[in-house]
Design a protein around this ligand. Structure first.
Ligand code: GLA
Length: 523
């Protein structure tokens, strides 16, 4: 019989989130199961569940909770963001409670230069129900009230204080979006509103999210946003009408309930484009992107949005399963096929939620091999991939903790998968963060970790092409950057050697070589 330990955390507003922590197998004997968890820094409540499979009897004894001893992650291994600096941003998702241990913070600062808030910017956390109801009562059915809560602030403060870019996740989604958002008077028992009202709510919501973030976090670099998440099913069809509460794991969507189909998607992108700060890249994000009919539906939609200039990229969540190694799902070739097809749209691709489960923790070498094959496939398309983001930092804090899907274990130690994806790639010098190096005030050094969007290597003057004027600008800039300034994006584009430490003379030489055709790329 299997015994599962899972946890429910309710935040101050009563919103619940769940995670599977550990599992053990017993043939009728006592087994020891240990796991690690972090309590939220803000008010709320936590429930720990210990459950047997198939209703089997279960006895619990010697239960204890102990404070974790102070630990530090390994300092003598290369930072992942430095290993991959030549190719793309390297990020992780993190929730407020996952961020609590100082060792997790240390791991993030060493390895990642992009953060996705795991839950805190989702509609269920950004919507202010009381404010919405008040709007409806005042006759403004189409107006939404948006707020930022303290859990979001904890993570955003960390990103801001350490100069780490943020991937916004997510504006329009069927899941973790309350049913009342789609109903008349914002009442969960009411009827669905009509399309016109829902469009007004969608616009008001998107506007509100960008407003509250812009006001409170003007210095955080939200370089990318998932505008729509998971609108297509594996068979290439829209979700079925219904609310998330009716079937949290099901195929239902309030958006389909109101619109009848996926015709809400272009509006979401239109509003996001309208209200997002200039330069923010907008993505459609989904899982199982390698199911052929789903790949096709996403590409068709993306091409239409691209024609209208509304979308910048496709997010492949990439929740993968190495199982026992030989029977991985998807196969590396199926994954690569979808990745290639997405890059062929001409849009950017970001790997947004990578994690790879295994059947049990004796299979970490198999997991490592699969991770390395997947990363090799991603690197093949590096010119079209601007970020690779993992969904979590350490195994024990993952939403799929019992299947150990990440690169670091519960003791913050790098697993075989870390070594398999870093092996053979020379890291650049570590980029600076507030904890390792104080932030300086010149524009040049600030650019080492902040606010640049997808890079066009060599395009120093940001005019969309790489030519001799870029090489000249880099040289002039190096001689006198007051007289010949460069934008922050320009500095990032000019760092073609990928040193991560700004521009140097070698970069100017490489751009020159590139322009006259001596080199074909900046590897
Ligand atoms: C999906 C969502 C994420 C997250 C994960 C599981 O992939 O896009 O926001 O909820 O599931 O944690």
């Amino acid at each position: 019989n299997t015994v599962n330990i899972s946890m429910q955390k309710n935040d101050a507003e009563g919103n619940a989130s769940y995670s599977n922590l550990a599992k053990g197998v017993s043939q009728g004997d006592w087994v020891t199961i240990s796991t690690k968890f972090t309590l939220s820094q803000t008010e709320g409540s936590t429930y720990l569940y210990i459950e047997g499979s198939d209703g089997a009897d279960l006895y619990v004894d010697d239960f204890s909770i102990e404070a974790e001893p102070e630990t530090h992650p390994e300092s003598d291994i290369a930072g992942l963001k430095d290993v991959y600096a030549k190719y793309f941003k390297f990020g992780t998702a993190v929730t407020e409670s996952e961020l609590a241990p100082s060792a997790t913070k240390e791991l993030i600062l060493k390895h990642f230069n992009s953060i996705t808030l795991g839950n805190e910017l989702k509609p269920e956390n950004m919507l202010d129900k009381a404010g919405c109801i008040a709007n409806a009562e005042a006759g403004n059915e189409g107006e939404v009230s948006v707020k930022l809560n303290n859990s979001a602030r904890t993570v955003l403060n960390f990103a801001r204080d350490n100069n780490i870019s943020v991937r916004g996740h997510v504006l329009v989604w069927h899941s973790q979006t309350p049913g009342w958002f789609f109903k008349e008077n914002y009442d969960e028992n009411g009827d669905y509103v009509d399309k016109e009202t829902m469009l007004a709510r969608m616009e008001s919501y998107i506007k509100g999210v960008f407003e509250v973030l812009g006001e409170e976090y003007p210095d955080v670099d939200f370089y990318a946003w998932d505008v729509v998440n998971e609108a297509w099913l594996d068979d290439g069809q829209p979700r079925r009408p219904g609310t998330y509460e009716q079937a949290p794991q099901g195929n239902l969507s309030g958006w389909t309930a109101v619109f009848g189909d996926n015709s809400f998607i272009p509006y979401a992108f239109e509003y996001a484009r309208k209200y997002a700060p200039e330069g923010t890249k907008l993505y459609y994000n989904d899982f199982n992107e390698y199911m052929p009919q789903k790949t096709e539906a996403i590409i068709e939609m993306a091409n239409e949005l691209k024609e209208k200039g509304l979308i910048d990229g496709i997010g492949m969540q990439s929740h993968l399963d190495a199982r026992s190694g030989s029977d991985a799902f998807p196969s590396v070739s199926a994954y690569e096929k979808a990745l290639k097809a997405f890059t062929e749209t001409g849009l950017d691709v970001q790997i947004t939620e990578l994690d790879v489960t295994v059947n049990d923790n004796t299979l970490f070498d198999e997991q490592a091999k699969y991770y390395s094959d997947i990363m090799d496939a991603i690197v093949k398309y590096k010119d079209s991939v601007s970020a690779v983001i993992f969904w979590g930092v350490t195994d024990d804090s993952s939403w799929r903790a019992s299947q150990c899907p990440l690169l670091f274990d519960a003791d913050y130690k790098a697993k075989p998968a870390y070594y398999s994806i870093t092996d053979g790639i020379t890291p650049v010098e570590p980029t600076s963060t507030a904890t390792t190096q104080p932030k300086t005030t010149t524009a040049v050094s600030e650019t080492t970790t902040s606010s640049v969007t997808a890079k066009t290597l060599g395009d120093a003057n940001c005019d969309g092409s790489v030519d001799i004027s870029d090489a000249v600008l880099i040289k002039c800039y190096l001689i006198d950057n007051n007289k010949y300034p460069m934008s922050e994006q320009g500095v990032a584009n000019s760092d073609v050697q990928g040193s991560g430490n700004g521009v140097n003379a070698q970069d100017a030489v490489s751009v020159q070589k590139y322009v006259i055709g001596i080199i074909k790329n900046f590897d």
